[in-house]
Write a protein that binds this ligand. Structure first.
Ligand SMILES: [Zn+2]
Length: 147
């Protein structure tokens, strides 16, 4: 990992430009069973993961560290955007369905949930990686097929 990538992980300032009023959430790296990342909105409670308790009062971003740097940065940008959405009062409710056709589920997931589409586009703009660009192409092509 390069030093600039490591700094990006820690600081989040590359995402916060123009949004200095938004409090920085805690960001941690944990393997997740249900996604490659997730974002908890700021609430006055704690979240227990294994034997540790995480304060959620500033929000919490969790990113699964078992991916390459570009995917991780893209995931951090995606989850940061959900944090931003929470702070703007946008309700983010999205559910990934596993065990179905992966490509169809990607298309459904991002088109049914506008907050997810917004986070996808934002993450491609801030930290593009091949997989998120491929997802976006699938979505755009699927729209063409339905017109
Ligand atoms: Zn998302």
């Amino acid at each position: 990992m390069s030093a600039s990538v490591a700094r990006k992980w820690i600081e989040l300032s590359w995402l916060r430009k123009g949004n200095k009023q938004i409090p920085l959430p805690e960001i941690i790296f944990e393997k997740l069973s249900f996604a490659s990342g997730c974002c908890y909105k700021p609430v006055k409670r704690e979240l227990q993961i294994d034997n540790r308790f995480w304060d959620l009062s500033r929000g919490l971003i969790i990113v699964d560290p078992s991916f390459d740097d570009r995917f991780l940065l893209n995931g951090i940008a995606h989850e940061w955007r959900h944090h931003w959405q929470h702070m703007m009062g946008i309700n983010v409710v999205s559910k990934w369905v596993s065990g179905v056709d992966y490509k169809k589920e990607i298309i459904r997931f991002f088109t049914v949930n506008l907050a997810e589409m917004d986070a996808l586009i934002y993450s491609i703009k801030k930290a593009p990686d091949d997989l998120s660009i491929l997802w976006y192409e699938w979505i755009i092509k699927s729209r063409k097929e339905t017109i």
